[in-house]
Design a protein around this ligand. Structure first.
Ligand SMILES: Cc1cc2nc3c(=O)[nH]c(=O)nc-3n(C[C@H](O)[C@H](O)[C@H](O)COP(=O)(O)O)c2cc1C
Ligand SMILES: CCCCC(=O)C(=O)O
Length: 364
């Protein structure tokens, strides 16, 4: 069977073969010039690992907790929208793969399976990603439903007051399906022959006035811990700590929002430095290898989230594909830890990587 991918990148190729162009472009694409999309990957390649030798690595332990919830590895599924466009089984299959691999799943506010369907499909630990709509009562209702259905945290996406300009979707006249979660509440079907229907829907629905002061509103409607997703600067990291959320996620939305923002791995250390261990810092953007996970951990991330590769696994091979993507990343991380002389996650330190900043100070 020559078609069994040996790494995550090969799943992208399989997904491309499997999907209609409109959907593949939606999943794979970034915004405008896609500068940040390339940077999210390229910046990882500029970081070098500095291994230690002659360490007993006969046992490698990757397990940890995120907000107190056990996970087999510091790897989570990032919330990505509309999994039924990748596979008819949708987010239910993704959740089952998360449960099988014992990792935590982020469910998108824009999921195609309902909150209840995903919750009842398996016992994966799940966090719920939130967008705030102009009709705020709809967002509040979704938070309530997530809470009732056993989701453990809210991931508040803060980098999307408006949708980034994704030119492939505009050209393809990307069609967003009706989302069952919102049935009877809001139509996600927009008849806009001019361009991306998702963009048209987003500009009608998302509340661009939502700001720091409104975090108090979110806290008032839920007891769940809140993580702010989309932090890219020291300033915003400090604000997040001060406002009293339980965590932050360094993310540029997979380079789908503002183009020419830095690669997330390039700002991780700055954010971690500002937070000073007061709350956990999660990370996403461009992780395609176990070595990438290792680099993010060395630069201070508590755990990482995986976006597109999960969708590619789903598109190529359904639940099995998602499982394989997670397993491959876990296996690669385990091997990286062994070869770098780090039997536990705590053994991974800043000195295990060298960035271009470090090179700048190097005299050679
Ligand atoms: C197809 C797609 C859909 C996404 N949908 C959402 C979403 O609904 N909510 C959200 O907060 N982030 C969304 N994201 C961003 C991811 O949560 C994550 O930040 C990003 O994909 C990480 O980068 P990676 O794809 O390089 O791993 C989406 C990303 C992609 C690729
Ligand atoms: C209205 C948001 C659409 C989903 C999303 O976040 C994405 O496509 O990146």
């Amino acid at each position: 069977m020559g078609d069994e991918p040996v790494n995550v990148k090969e799943y992208q190729e399989m997904a491309k073969q499997a999907l209609p162009k409109m959907y593949y472009d939606y999943f794979a694409g970034g915004s405008e010039d896609q500068h940040t999309l390339r940077e999210n990957n390229d910046a990882f390649q500029r970081i070098i690992i500095q291994p230690r030798i002659l360490v007993d690595v006969s046992k490698i332990n990757m397990s940890t907790t995120i907000l107190g919830y056990k996970t087999s590895a510091p790897i989570m599924i990032a919330p990505t929208a509309m999994h039924k466009l990748a596979h008819p089984g949708g987010e239910i299959l993704t959740a089952k793969a998360a449960a099988a691999c014992d990792v935590i799943m982020g469910l998108s506010f824009m999921s195609t399976c309902t909150i209840e369907e995903v919750a009842s499909s398996c016992n994966a630990v799940r966090f719920f990603q939130l967008y705030v709509y102009k009709r705020r009562e709809i967002s509040a209702l979704m938070v309530k439903r997530a809470e009732i259905n056993g989701f453990k945290a809210i991931l508040l996406t803060a980098d999307t007051p408006k949708l980034g300009r994704r030119e492939a979707d505009i050209k393809n006249k990307m069609i967003a399906p009706q989302l069952k979660n919102f049935e009877g509440l809001v139509s996600t079907e927009v008849d806009d022959s001019e361009g991306s229907n998702l963009e048209a829907f987003a500009s009608r629905s998302l509340d661009p006035s939502f700001s720091w002061k409104d975090i108090a509103w979110l806290k008032s409607i839920t007891k769940l811990p809140i993580l702010i997703k989309g932090v890219l600067t020291r300033e915003d990291a400090i604000k997040a700590v001060e406002i009293g959320v339980e965590g932050i996620i360094v993310s540029n939305h997979g380079a789908r929002q503002l183009d020419y923002v830095p690669a997330t791995i390039a700002v991780l250390e700055e954010v971690v430095g500002a937070v000073q261990g007061r709350i956990p810092v999660l990370f996403d953007g461009g992780i395609r290898r176990g070595t990438d996970v290792f680099k993010a951990l060395a630069l201070g991330a508590h755990a990482v989230m995986i976006g597109r590769p999960i969708v590619y696994g789903l598109a190529a091979k359904g639940e099995y594909g998602v499982r394989r993507v997670i397993e491959m990343l876990k296996d690669e991380l385990e091997l990286t830890m062994a070869l770098a002389g780090c039997p536990t996650l705590n053994d991974i330190t800043r000195n295990h990587v060298r960035t271009q900043m470090d090179n700048h100070h190097c005299r050679l």
